[in-house]
Design a protein around this ligand. Sequence first.
Ligand SMILES: [Fe+2]
Length: 344
Amino acid sequence: MLRRSLIVVFTIMLISCGNDKSEIEENNQVLTLYTHRHYDTDKEIFKAFEEKSGIKINVVKANADELIQKMESEGDQSPADLLLTVDAGRLVRAKSKNLLQAANSDIISSIVPAHLRDQDNFWFGLTKRARVIVYDKNKIDPSELSTYEDLTNDKWKNKLLIRSSGNIYNQSLMASIIANNGEEVAKDWAAGIVNNFARTPKGNDRDQVKSILAGEGELAIINTYYLGKLINSLDPIEVEAGKAVVVFFPNQEDRGTHINISGIGVAKFAPNKENAIKFIEYLISKEVQEKFASANYEYPVNAEASSSELLNSWGTFKEDKLNLSKLGELNKKAVILFDEVKWQ
Ligand SMILES: [Fe+2]
């Protein structure tokens, strides 16, 4: 008899726990984030958001192409609320595949400049990265440097380091050259770059800088934040490599230096659209933008946010204001032209 009443009590307790409304509501406060970003800073930023908002972030990490494919196959059953990528091109692709939706927010529209977001609010830039020239300070006089176009000059033969053409950062740079100069000029440019390679492309952006230190080349094209990572690395060789080079912002006399974004969009079938927008608003807040700048060496999209000391030490620069949607639209063309000139 006692045993039976205990069972009844336990059963009631279980039922009442399960039906606790506030708990159900609390459990619903989640966001599923599909992200291609691989930086420790993000973890800290997400944790701070969870603590502040009570909304839990489920992070699903993979490269953007895999995430886009996953969203496609999941269809309207996709748990994804947000897609976060390391370039604009993949966001353009996700939009064209009907995987994103408009996120209309006065806060976002007032903070993110027009050229850094989709015209229909399907995606927004969160941080900017500049694709710059870095040069060996012992071998190159910066007065010799000027534009991306000038890197095809014979004087740079066997001196130029850059990663493979399979990389999205190079594809977007090429897309910007097509957009600015036309296809024919862009193809000649790519052929000229191949002609000046110090070696067959290999490794990531950081490896190009390490190759400068090793004497394999004298200048490289890399994203700025990788230099920040090298200089602040725990590996002394990386620190030495980072300190051996100086940043040069190309095309300051004409269109400006090519920039790309790490950006985000709300998924078409987002189960938690409202919270997804709140999360984007949080990511572009002054406080978080300054964190991206100080800890991941990326340029803020929020004009109120101050850059970090390191970014300031590289100087201010004029950026190419090409609408970043173009990078996605011209991606295929860029890949074809790279193949034609045999840029590995
Ligand atoms: Fe990167």
